[in-house]
Ligand binder design. Structure first.
Ligand code: HSC
Length: 695
């Protein structure tokens, strides 16, 4: 444990007590920090010379919030809520100087001080909602007293980071300065002493009730995030801010505890760490290679999306296509993507043309001689890809990284076509590549550590979540997807309707059920994959021909106006003939349809997902369970509040999962097999969370 005297230091300069937080990387309000603050306050208060106390942070931030790793563990005194209460009540003026970020509990500490001075570049916010909780140290009571209930609702239910200038305008901070935190702290303290910086207790301000804003917010949340628990609790806590502060605080405390105890809190905090855990790889110490100039081969949806992502990150991009016409289409798609990025607020309008200006287009691969990284994104044909890599081997400069965006092909076989397999890697983007955050970095047998590090560096620049994967058909994500998609097809063959399966899984929290996804992705794509896999399909495997019957009619989903659903009206409705196709296929397969509850649908689908995920772990394709969670959270629309498939698996327990698989296996022993690792975990009472910690 860190010595609290080091985490927080007290320095006395005449009448000024400077209390500095030093808890890298982001000054989280851990137990050591809270204890240190309490001790330093005691000492400053005991010193009769001290007339004003200033809090500031060293390093990157004032305080980035409570220490998230402590949630779910027994609270250790002093708790932040009590500290904040004590701060506000002090007779000696206490002020805070904020730089970097003041988030969550960090802003709550600041709101309890008697004046707040921001330093340029500061961002403040109460982002607790993203972690399934609400500001629990007075944020829901003090923020409305400064900004009013409607603005507090917006800020707290979105969790957004508010830039310094806006924070000043809203009244969250009293001043905005430039300079180093200690220097600004000393100057601000002098201003307090000389009456130039007024101080007050925010808790004593009265706030007008806003019943309409409260009702509107609840309606908006019910429509937008029907599954989530904490946004409504945030609104209820804010509503209590029009009551005296002690009553409001009691309500905040009650609602905070409910959120803390909810499984959504555990899922969302797991997701927070999953997003950051994936970069902890064995190659983390290797030095990435240059990444200034990027070549993209293929101007289709994927290639243009990758090119757009690289342009948005400030890279120079060369786009290659076979002929001038295809190249022009690729350029036009990139231009459209950039316009979209401006509309979505991802690219400043004045930077759009410069981004497009960094794109060079060419039909000659010879133009890739000096690029640092090439990403091949042509269609999935092994022979075509091999030929491209042979050509690149002859053209690219030594040390250039040669990447393929294949979503399932054998990267070792592609690398073997070159005289430099150590430079070859898989960079599997997800469509649309300039929007989706997941990047599977697929490490082949001979890929060099610096090349892996380069893939991760690229992800960082592109603001993606990179997950290290090994080579197999489909890598982590698509391999698991192929398996649980079959479970969805079996459910329909055995008695559920596609819309029942979709609705049940959307009820679980997926943004879209598998059949709505199939219609969106295009039924022709899955059909082609099934045809490709047909020759290697084991004889014992059950095969539902329903998707093929639908595809044979040219019903590929949204793009053809029909698929599982009919898109010709205002809202999609189940395509009537699909029910007939399903009935005919059940007859042909000799299946007597049975009823499935929504709960059973979810259980079967999720159990199929987890069992293949365990095989992916067993085979070393994913290194840790949390990598699989990140894959599904950032690439497959897995509900964030459920934390990912492996976090979900822990909430069910390995023993129950084994029991489920054994029960389902009585119908289909080929599909439902218990992975050895899961059986061992059930026997030992082990969890995936423990495996994450051991890795
Ligand atoms: C909160 O404050 C609740 C309160 O209302 C108090 C309630 C108390 C009531 C008492 C009841 C008993 N904790 O993101 P990065 C780590 S909830 C622990 O890569 P960046 C992070 O994991 C909190 N660790 O950097 C990573 O570790 P790694 C509200 C935290 O520059 C490293 O720091 N606050 C942490 O891209 C760097 O992080 C938030 O939700 C934390 N609070 O972004 C803010 N914050 O190196 C969450 C970060 O081992 N944090 N870490 O991987 C962020 O949004 C971003 O981290 C920053 C920095 C914007 C701070």
């Amino acid at each position: 444990m860190t010595d609290p005297r080091e985490t927080v230091t007290l320095e006395i300069e005449g009448p000024v007590a400077l209390i500095a937080f030093d808890n890298p990387p982001v000054n989280a309000a851990s137990h050591a920090l809270r204890e240190g603050l309490a001790t330093c306050l005691d000492r400053a208060l005991a010193d009769a010379e001290v007339q004003v106390i200033v809090l500031y942070g060293r390093g990157r931030a004032f305080i980035a919030g409570a220490d998230i790793r402590e949630f779910g563990k027994p609270p250790r005194a002093p708790i932040l809520r009590d500290l904040v209460h004590r701060l506000e009540a002090l007779e000696k003026p206490v002020i805070s100087v904020l730089h970097g970020v003041a988030l969550g509990g960090g802003l709550e500490v600041a709101l309890a001080t008697h004046a707040r001075v921001g330093i340029a570049g500061l961002r403040v916010g109460l982002p607790e909602v993203a972690l399934g909780i609400l500001p629990g140290a007075g944020g829901t009571q003090r923020a409305p007293r400064l900004v009013g209930i409607p603005a507090a609702i917006e800020m707290i239910t979105s969790g957004r980071h508010v830039p310094a200038e806006e924070a000043l305008e809203l009244g969250l901070i009293d001043r905005l300065e430039t300079g180093d935190p200690r220097g600004v702290a000393l100057a601000a303290a002098r201003d307090v002493l000389e009456g130039r910086l007024p101080t007050r207790r925010v808790g004593e301000i009265e706030v007008a009730a806003a019943p309409e804003a409260i009702e509107m917010a609840k309606e908006r949340i019910a429509a937008k995030s029907p599954h989530l628990f904490s946004p409504v609790s945030c609104v209820e806590a804010i509503a209590a801010s029009s009551r005296p502060i002690d009553e409001g605080m009691a309500e905040e405390r009650r609602l905070f505890q409910q959120c803390l105890d909810s499984p959504q809190r555990a899922g969302l905090i797991h997701a927070f760490f999953a997003e950051r855990a994936t970069t902890k790889i064995p190659e983390a110490d290797a030095t990435p290679r240059e990444l200034g100039r990027i070549g993209v081969i293929g101007g289709g949806t994927m290639g243009s999306g990758i090119a757009t992502a690289a342009l948005l990150a400030g890279c120079e991009v060369r786009l290659n296509e076979r002929d001038a016409e295809a190249l022009e289409r690729g350029r036009a798609t990139v231009a459209k993507n950039l316009d979209g990025a401006v509309k979505r607020g991802k690219l400043a309008a004045e930077k759009r043309d410069a981004a497009e200006g960094r794109l060079a287009a060419s039909t000659a691969l010879e133009d890739f001689a000096d690029v640092d990284l090439v990403i091949e994104a042509v269609y999935e044909d092994m022979d075509v890809k091999k030929a491209i890599f042979r050509t690149l081997d002859g053209i690219c400069r030594p040390g250039a990284v040669l990447a393929t965006n294949t979503s399932y092909l054998d990267i070792d076989a592609i690398a073997a076509e070159t005289g430099r397999p150590e430079d070859v890697i898989g960079l599997h983007f997800f469509s649309p590549a300039h929007v989706m955050r997941l990047l599977e970095v697929v490490v082949a047998d001979r890929t060099a550590p610096e090349v892996v590090a380069t893939g991760f560096e690229l992800a960082k620049r592109l603001k993606k979540v990179p997950v290290r994967a090994g080579v197999c058909d489909g890598f982590i994500g698509n391999r698991i997807l192929t398996h649980y998609r079959k479970a969805a097809d079996y459910l329909v063959l055995d008695g559920a309707s596609p819309e029942q399966v979709d609705d049940a899984l959307e009820g679980f929290g997926f943004a879209m059920g598998p059949f709505r996804v199939a219609d969106l992705a295009g039924g022709d794509i899955g059909w082609a994959t099934r045809k490709r896999r047909a020759p290697t399909r084991p004889a014992e495997e059950r095969y539902s021909e329903i998707p093929d019957r639908i595809a044979e009619r040219g019903w590929f989903g949204r793009k053809t106006g029909r698929g599982y659903y009919d898109y010709s009206g205002d809202a999609p409705v189940p395509t009537p003939e699909v029910a007939e196709i399903v009935a005919a296929e059940r007859d042909r397969a000799g299946v007597t349809p049975r009823d499935f509850t929504d709960e059973v649908i979810v259980e079967r689908y999720m159990t199929a997902m987890v069992s293949e995920a365990v095989r992916v772990l067993e085979g070393g394709i994913a290194r840790r369970p949390i990598d699989i969670d990140a894959t599904f959270l950032f690439g497959y629309g897995f509900p964030r509040f459920r934390g990912g498939p492996m976090h979900y698996a822990d909430t069910v327990g390995a023993a129950e999962l084994v029991a489920r698989i054994e029960r389902y296996a009585t119908d289909d022993p080929h599909f439902w097999q218990v992975p050895d690792m899961l059986r061992r975990m059930a026997r030992d009472g082990a969890t995936f969370a423990e495996l994450n910690e051991e890795a």
